[in-house]
Design a protein around this ligand. Structure first.
Ligand code: ZN
Length: 130
């Protein structure tokens, strides 16, 4: 049996919350991602539930993630906040400084991407999947 102690990354987030949802539970997480998630946590004053954080290449492929997914770099999290709608989470994510925001049916993807893809001069990319 291998026991690894969990590590607190900020007041409300721990390393284990970002671990890959596969058997290996490997993890990589960008400090800026944690910082901005904490801003969201403080804004809503409710737990921000991470449904997917870091993903290994194999796991990302298995769940049908995009090839260049920010999850592979530890720069993305899929989140929900109990009792808060997806559009409201997305609006708060823009204010919190996330640069990639994807609105899905039951979660919001947020990331701290280095390169924007919108050519509109917006400081963030945003998309909706219905
Ligand atoms: Zn995602």
């Amino acid at each position: 049996m291998i026991v690894v102690r969990d590590i607190k990354l900020s007041r409300d987030f721990s390393l284990s919350e970002f671990a890959c949802r596969d058997e290996r539970r490997s993890v990589y997480v960008d400090a800026e991602l944690v910082e901005r998630l904490q801003v969201l946590r403080d804004y809503f004053k409710r737990p921000v539930v991470i449904t997917s954080g870091y993903r290994s290449k194999e796991y990302n492929r298995r769940v049908g993630g995009a090839d260049g997914s920010q999850h592979l770099e530890g720069r993305a999290a899929d989140i929900k906040v109990i009792g808060v709608g997806m559009e409201e989470i997305a609006r708060a994510a823009v204010k919190a400084g996330f640069r990639g925001i994807g609105i899905y049916g039951s979660f919001v993807h947020v990331d701290v991407r280095k390169n924007l893809v919108n050519g509109a001069g917006r400081p963030y990319d945003i998309w909706r999947v219905r």
